[in-house]
Ligand binder design. Structure first.
Ligand code: UD1
Ligand code: CA
Length: 475
C-alpha cells in the first residue's frame, strides 16, 4: 500500500507577530511547510494533503508548483478535527498515513521512514513519534504501562500536577496511522477536555480500548521536532538546517572558511573542491561546479556555475556561468546573462539578457544589456550599451575580437563587426563594419601656455580672498 501524508498547516501562529501565515515564512529560501512535505516525499509518500486555514490563499501560493492537494479547514477545532476534515474531503485513506505539522520543518525522511516501517512491521493502528525535549511544558505526555507499552497521550493542560512532573516523554505530534483504521474510527474522538478541542491524540486511547496495537517510537534527535512558533525559533531552526546542509556539503568535498556564514538552500548542488567564503547565499535551483571560489558577499539565485569559476562579491539571478569564468568584485548579473568559458564580468559591472563570448572581458564599470557578444572581445572601462529608448529595448551585436575603447556608448540597435576597433569616448549610433576603426569624438584643441596663466590667476584670486578675511578678523 502506498504511503500518504497529511500536513497540518491551518494554524495562525500569533507568536510570529506577522501579517502572513506562519507556515509561509521562509527557512533557507523555502516556506516552513515545504520542508515536511519534502521529507514526506523523500520517505516515499505518494499522496500529500495539506490542511490550510489561516491565510489559506497565501499558503497555497507559497506551495505553487508542488504536487500536493489542499483541504481547507475553515473552523479550527483541533488536530483531530483537522484530520476529519481531510477524510471528509477526500473520502478516507488506505495504507499507512503519516501526520506531520507544517511548522515542524526539521523532521527527516529517515525518521518518517522508521515510523512507517514500525507501523507496517507490527500492523500498528498508530505509531506515535515521541521525544524528550529539554522542557516538556506544553507538550502532550506519553503514558506507558508497567510493561512500558504505550497507554495514552495526555495533553499538558489535561495532566495532573504529578503527571506534569513525572512524565518526561512527550508527543511530537507526528504519527503514522493505518489509513483504513484511522478513517473508520476518527468519529470516536470527542471534545470533552480542558481546551474543548478534538484531539488527534485521543486516537491512542481509542485504539487501546478497541484492542488495536499502538506504539510510541522515541526519536533519536530531538532537534528534528523543533516547532517554529516565534521568530526566535525560526532562527534556531534555520541554524540547525544550515548546519545540516553545510555539514553534508563539507562531507562531499566543499570547503568553507566559516560554515556559520554560508547559507545554502535545499535544492542547491556544489561540486567538490569548491570553496564557499563568508556571506555567501545560494538559493533556488542553483548549481555550482568543481574547483570554484564563491564569495565573499555573494548571492546567487537560480544560477548555473561551471567548473573553476571565481565569483567574488556578486549578486546574480538566473545567470549561467560556463567554465573558468571570473566575476566581480561587485558584479550584478541579471536574468538571461550567459558568460561563456573564460569570460569575465569585472568590478561594478551589470549584465542583463546577454551572452558574453569565450574569453571576452567586461572588466570595469559597464552595463551590457540585450547584447550578443562574440569571443575575444574587450570592453573598455565605463562603456555601456544604451539598449532602452524610453519605450522599447533594442539589441546590440558585437562580433569576435572587437576592441571597444573606454567610455563608449553603443546606442542600440547597433552591430559592431568582427575585429572592429572603437576609439575611446565614442557614441556609436551606426553599425561598424568588420575590421574598421570607428571614432566619434570632437577634435582636441590646444592653447599654448594658457594652462599656466589660468592657474596663476586663480591662485592670485585665492590669496586676495585670504588677505581680505584676515583683515576683517583682525579688526
Ligand atoms: C499538539 C499535540 C501534543 C503534542 C504537540 C507537539 C494534540 C491535541 N496535541 O499540541 O500532544 O505534544 O502537538 O507539538 O494534537 N492545527 C490545524 N488545525 C487545527 C488545530 C491545529 O491545522 O484545528 C495544526 C496547527 O497549525 C499546528 C498543529 O496542528 O501546526 C498543532 O496544533 P496545536 O493546536 O498547536 O497543537 P499543540 O497544542 O501544539
Ligand atoms: Ca563622446
Amino acid at each position: 500500500m502506498p504511503l500518504n501524508a497529511i500536513v497540518l498547516a491551518a494554524g495562525e501562529g500569533t507568536r510570529m507577530k506577522s501579517a502572513h501565515p506562519k507556515v509561509a515564512h521562509k527557512l533557507l529560501g523555502k516556506p516552513l511547510v515545504w520542508w515536511p512535505i519534502q521529507a514526506a516525499r523523500e520517505a516515499g509518500a505518494e499522496r500529500i494533503v495539506v490542511v490550510v486555514g489561516h491565510g489559506a490563499d497565501e499558503v497555497r501560493a507559497a506551495l505553487a508548483g508542488e504536487d500536493v492537494e489542499f483541504v481547507e479547514q475553515t473552523e479550527r477545532l483541533g488536530t483531530g478535527h483537522a484530520v476529519r476534515v481531510v477524510r471528509d474531503a477526500i473520502g478516507g485513506f488506505q495504507g499507512p498515513t503519516v501526520v506531520l505539522y507544517g511548522d515542524t520543518p526539521l523532521i527527516s525522511a529517515a525518521t518518517i521512514s522508521a515510523l512507517v516501517a514500525e507501523t507496517r512491521a507490527n500492523h500498528n493502528a498508530c505509531t506515535v513519534l515521541s521525544f524528550e525535549p529539554e522542557d516538556a511544558t506544553g507538550y502532550g505526555r506519553i503514558v506507558r504501562d508497567e510493561d512500558s507499552a504505550l497507554q495514552a497521550i495526555v495533553e499538558h493542560k489535561d495532566c495532573t500536577p504529578e503527571q506534569r512532573e513525572e512524565l518526561w516523554e512527550c508527543n511530537s505530534g507526528i504519527y503514522c496511522f493505518c489509513g483504513r483504521r484511522l478513517t473508520e474510527n476518527l468519529d470516536r474522538i470527542g471534545n470533552d477536555n480542558a481546551q474543548g478541542e478534538y484531539y488527534l491524540t485521543d486516537m491512542v486511547g481509542i485504539y487501546k480500548e478497541l484492542g488495536e496495537p499502538v506504539a510510541a517510537l522515541l526519536a533519536e534527535d530531538p532537534d528534528e521536532l523543533l516547532g517554529v512558533n516565534s521568530r526566535r525559533q525560526l532562527a534556531e531552526a534555520t541554524y540547525v538546517m544550515q548546519e545540516r546542509i553545510n555539514g553534508r556539503l563539507m562531507d562531499e568535498g566543499v570547503t568553507m572558511l566559516d560554515p556559520a556564514m554560508v547559507w545554502v538552500g535545499p535544492g542547491v548542488t556544489v561540486g567538490r573542491d569548491t570553496e564557499l567564503l563568508p556571506m555567501t547565499m545560494l538559493w533556488g535551483d542553483t548549481t555550482i561546479g568543481e574547483g570554484c571560489t564563491i564569495g565573499p558577499n555573494t548571492r546567487l539565485t537560480d544560477c548555473h556555475v561551471g567548473n573553476g569559476c571565481i565569483v567574488d562579491e556578486t549578486v546574480a539571478q538566473q545567470a549561467t556561468l560556463e567554465n573558468e569564468v571570473s566575476c566581480g568584485p561587485r558584479a550584478y548579473l541579471r536574468p538571461g546573462t550567459h558568460l561563456l568559458d573564460r569570460s569575465k564580468a569585472g568590478t561594478h559591472v551589470e549584465i542583463k539578457n546577454s551572452t558574453i563570448g569565450e574569453g571576452s572581458k567586461v572588466p570595469h564599470l559597464s552595463y551590457i544589456g540585450d547584447t550578443t557578444m562574440g569571443s575575444g572581445v574587450n570592453i573598455g572601462a565605463g562603456s555601456i550599451t544604451c539598449n532602452y529608448d524610453g519605450v522599447f529595448k533594442h539589441p546590440t551585436v558585437i562580433g569576435d575580437d572587437v576592441f571597444i575603447g573606454s567610455d563608449t556608448m553603443m546606442v542600440a540597435p547597433v552591430t559592431i563587426g568582427d575585429g572592429a576597433l572603437v576609439g575611446a569616448s565614442s557614441c556609436i549610433t551606426r553599425d561598424v563594419s568588420a575590421g574598421a576603426i570607428a571614432l566619434e569624438r570632437s577634435e582636441q584643441v590646444e592653447f599654448a601656455g594658457m594652462g599656466t596663466r589660468h592657474m596663476q590667476k586663480l591662485r592670485e584670486k585665492k590669496a586676495r580672498q585670504l588677505e581680505e578675511r584676515a583683515r576683517k578678523e583682525g579688526k
